[in-house]
Ligand binder design. Structure first.
Ligand code: UDP
Length: 322
């Protein structure tokens, strides 16, 4: 199959590219390398089934040309993560809303099956955990920038749903705290990367708040498998899926686990949320997916145990030293 991966040089995108290439597909990538890294796809450059364009998905003519030439679109290009958005909300909204609008417009024009990457952020601070796909989005005020990521991803899903009503075969996937090789080695954007980097350097492991907040960390191979299934299982069309592990862990326990894994002498310190994120930040206390729909429709379960995934992730960080 000929596939297009927008954001294919990014952390999840490049892992998806590896899986698609391994399955023998023809893979085109468009990525402006804003947060994606050429190192993530360098091993495919020059391969006759791999094509890379360094540009933004806001380039309408380019996206038109690329979508026209493939059978299936995986749209992952985005300014990802609340922290990036808080740093540059205008750019975040432009990339995440206008970019998706362009990709879906072209997918509709050429009638191409499409998967759009969304986020567990769309549940906001819904207290009704675990979150089912038909659960509520509970967002804070529009004057607080951290919510613009959730709003932008929710709007992307609305767009996808609207195109789906017009017949476009489109599926949305909501990622839950994916981690694994190719996370930003500087630790930006993911607590797993930050804790590994801190533990390896013997620096304090910075747990924000009391550390009782939980997340459901999902190893990237599982994230990728769920994404591929969303693009290939016929019954997935027109639906949205949680793609995440249902193993919930408190952040302070994650800190201890990573410190033990690295055999580090780092202290675990607590940093007030306000100091970490500034005023007006709202922490999500629990983030856990209901996984029944993914199991039922996609036959998907995020099966990698946390300990095993962390070991593989650590091994990748260590490989960067050599
Ligand atoms: N976190 C932390 N220390 C850090 C970075 C993050 O305690 O150095 C916490 C953060 O407050 C959140 C969780 O780890 O509760 C996951 O953060 P991440 O940025 O990885 O993803 P999020 O789920 O917040 O989008």
């Amino acid at each position: 199959m000929r596939t297009l991966v927008t954001g294919g040089a990014g952390y999840i995108g490049s892992n998806l590219v590896d899986a698609l290439m391994a399955e023998g597909h023809d893979v085109s990538v468009v990525d402006n390398l804003s947060t994606g890294r050429i190192e993530n796809i360098a091993h495919w450059l020059g391969h006759d089934r791999f094509h890379f364009v360094c540009d933004t998905i806001l380039n309408r003519d380019l996206v038109d040309h690329l979508v026209a030439g493939v059978d299936l679109v995986y749209h992952l290009a985005a300014l990802v993560g609340v922290k990036y958005i808080v740093d540059d909300p205008v750019e975040g909204i432009r990339t995440n809303v206008t970019g998706t609008e362009i990709v879906l417009e072209k997918a509709y024009k050429y009638w191409k099956r499409t998967v759009i990457a969304s986020s567990s952020e769309v549940y906001g601070r819904n207290p009704d955990v675990p979150w089912r796909e038909d659960g509520q989005s509970v967002f804070g005020p529009t004057t607080v920038s951290r919510w613009s990521y959730a709003f932008s991803k929710a709007l992307d899903e609305h767009l996808a749903h609207s195109y789906s009503l017009q017949g476009l075969p489109v599926t949305a996937v909501r990622y839950f705290n994916s981690y694994g090789p190719r996370l930003d080695p500087n630790g930006y954007g993911s607590v797993v990367a930050r804790f590994i980097t801190q533990a390896r350097a013997g620096q304090p492991i910075t747990v924000y708040g009391d550390g009782c907040q939980t997340r459901s960390f999902t190893y990237v191979d599982d994230t990728v498998r769920g994404t591929i299934l969303a693009g290939t299982v016929p019954a997935a069309v027109g639906q949205v899926f949680n793609i995440g592990s249902n193993r919930e862990i408190a952040i302070r326990d994650l800190g201890a686990k990573i410190r033990d894994l690295v055999a580090s002498a780092s202290d675990i310190v607590h940093v007030p949320l306000q100091e970490a994120y500034g005023d007006h930040f709202e922490e999500i206390p629990r983030r856990v997916p209901d996984t029944q729909r993914a199991v039922r429709v996609l036959g998907f379960r995020a099966g990698t145990p946390l300990e095993q995934g962390l070991k593989k992730t650590l091994a990748w960080f260590e490989s960067l030293d050599s």
